[in-house]
Each structure stands twice: as C-alpha cells, then as structure tokens.
Design a protein. Structure first.
Length: 365
C-alpha cells in the first residue's frame, strides 16, 4: 500500500451498519481496528437501529435513527469524558456499537417440566403450557451494559434461554394465583397472557429488553388425566346408566345369536336374555319405579285444619305437607283429629313436627 493509501485508510469518514436480511445479531461492534474517527465524520443510524459510543470501556452517547455529523455539540458525553472543553478538530478513538431495536417475533416457549398447581375442582394436578412471544431492545444503553459488554457480535440465541426461563417462571406464578379451574382455562388464555406480560415486563426491562407480545397457545394435562376426563365426559353423555345397561344387554343377545360358537355362545345369550327379561319384567310391573325414591309418608292419621277461618279436611300427612309447602297451613294453624279434646296449633302436635322442620318460625312482634 502506498503512502497516500495508508494515510487515507487511517481515518473513518462514514460510520454505518447495513444488516443482512437473515441477520440474527442484536448488537454489532463497528470494525474500527487501529483507525481513528475523523472529526466531522458522518454517522448513519437507520430505522430499527441505535448507535452507542464507548470511550475506554465507559458508555458515552447513544444515537437514535437519523444522520449525524460527529462534532462537539452533538457528542456531549463523549466530549466531557475526553475533556474537550473548547471543542476539537482532530481525529479521535472510540468504539461504536450498533444495536438492533427492531421487533423479534415468533419466539417459541414451553415448559420443560410439568407445572404443579392446585385445581379447585380436581385438587393437585400437573399441566404443561407452550406459546410464542415477541421482544425488542427497549433501552440500548442498559442492554449494552447488562448483556453485550465487550461481545463484538451479540446474537439473539444468546438470550433465548433466559427469556424462556423468565416466561415459564412468571407464568407459573400467574397460574397459581389466578386459581382458574382446569376446565375453564381455554376461555381465559387472553386474560392469563395479559397478566403474564405484566409480571415479566419489569424483569426484562432491567436487562434493556421489552416484551412486546406474549401468547399462550395451549395448556395441556398429562395423558392419564385426559383419559379420566374423557371417561367422565362419556358417563355424562350416556345419562341414565340403567337404560344404558339394558341397551348393552340387548346388544349382547344380538351378538350371541349371530355367534356360531355352539353351546358356549348359546349359554351366554340365554344368560343375557334372562337378565334382560328380569329387568324388563320389573320395569313393566304396575306401581314399580326405576328410581330409588323413598316410600310415601304414612297416611293412617288424618287431620281437620282451620284454613281462612273455615274447617277443611280431613287431610292425611301427605296432603298437609303440600299445604305447608304452599303456605296455606302454618305453625299457628289450628288442627284437630278424632281423639283430641280440642283444636290446637299444628306445631304442638308431635305427628306434625316433621312438616315444619324446614319452615322458619314467624318473625317476633
């Protein structure tokens, strides 16, 4: 290299950084080597970038998008650090870092291990979650101090693990504190995403990062728990188990009749037929019910009652219970039955005490 070429290569006139399209670099140190920055040099900071000057290991001026002429008036911190009280006109040395401030989208996250939470309906339960997020550098100066330091090329993959760990940790707190039932989680993804974003933001801002988007795509349960829920849903869909048992018995008879397996198949069919016949016979008997309802109250005793100033009845215990329910007979209603010397209030008769067990007494006064 000739003398003029050597002298021309010692000074930097234009400082800029053009990011490749497939770039994953968050911070890039401009390659100055032994060259000096010329006084009045042009600094170009494009949209989605920031430029930071570092003097002898100390952060100086930070520039946002725009074109700058490097002079004393627009480099106040660097001028103070170098002691340029009255301006300067000679080349100077400083490190220049370009920091990408654009948004980094589609950052996948997920729980490496199941999260243990206490569900209000099912008790302790394990669940997994995954989703996506987006972030960008919100404070270039803090980002440079806390993460980049002296790294000449800081890439996005260097903070993905930290970002994922922060998301999973804070999401665990949100799931534990909201106490949303497992069966209602699908309708509350947006609510939990907003709460998680609020919880994660301060911790990431301490590193100069800003979480711009956070989405929960799915929260799943262990396979065995999902199978148990499927069985529970099956039973709810089937409804009346007695009707289902009869249907299964009828299906068994049909299958046994179609099965040419000799005496064994015939025996199975006969047994199932007998069982079904007994069930159907019981269902067809008059007065029988499929439900296990309690028997009616005894009807041996009958009472006359004074209702609206008039004698009514006689009524058995069941009829009196209906009138207590509709309010026409109260505790103070007068009743009489054969064998009693006079009319007395209903709540003083031992046989009628059970009718008023769930009825509150009248208000005082």
């Amino acid at each position: 290299m000739g003398l003029f070429g050597k002298l021309g290569g010692e000074f930097i006139d234009i400082i800029e950084w053009t990011e490749p399209s497939n770039n994953t670099i968050l911070a890039y140190r401009y390659p100055r080597y032994a060259n000096e920055i010329k006084y009045g040099a042009k600094l170009t900071v494009r949209e989605g970038q920031a430029a930071a000057f570092v003097n002898e290991g100390q952060l100086a001026d930070v520039y946002l998008p725009g074109m700058y002429t490097l002079e004393t008036q627009n480099m106040p911190i660097l001028s103070t650090l170098k002691g340029w009280k009255y301006g300067f006109s000679s080349p100077f040395k400083a490190e220049v870092y370009f920091i990408s401030t654009r948004q980094w989208t589609d950052q996948k996250w997920g729980t490496a291990n199941p999260i243990m939470v206490r569900d209000p309906e099912f008790g302790p339960i394990r669940m997994r979650a995954f989703g996506s997020s987006a972030f960008r550098v919100g404070d270039p100066g803090t980002f440079l101090r806390q993460l980049v330091a002296t790294d000449p090329s800081f890439e996005a993959f260097e903070i993905t693990n930290q970002l994922r760990n922060t998301i999973v940790s804070r999401l665990t707190d949100v799931l534990g504190q909201t106490k949303i039932p497992v069966l209602d989680l699908a309708g509350n993804y947006e609510k939990m995403s907003k709460l998680g974003l609020e919880r994660m933001q301060p911790e990431l801002m301490s590193m100069g990062l800003l979480l711009t988007q956070f989405y929960i795509e799915n929260i799943s349960l262990p396979p065995e728990v999902e199978q148990a829920l499927d069985k529970r849903s099956q039973m709810s869909v089937l409804g009346d188990m007695n009707q289902y048992t009869r249907f299964q018995s009828a299906e068994a008879i049909r299958d046994a009749a179609q099965n040419p397996s000799g005496v064994a198949g015939a025996g199975i069919g006969i047994g199932a037929g007998i069982a079904l016949g007994q069930q159907m016979a019981g269902a067809m008997q008059p007065g029988t019910q499929a439900t296990s309802a309690p028997p009616p109250l005894p009807t041996g005793l009958q009472f006359h009652v004074a209702i609206a100033g008039k004698q009514s009845g006689p009524f058995d215990i069941g009829a009196l219970a209906a009138r207590v329910a509709d309010g026409s007979v109260t505790r103070a209603s007068l009743v009489w039955r054969p064998g009693m010397p006079s009319w007395v209030p209903a709540d003083t008769v031992p046989e009628l005490e059970s009718l008023f067990s769930n009825v509150p007494p009248p208000l005082p006064g």
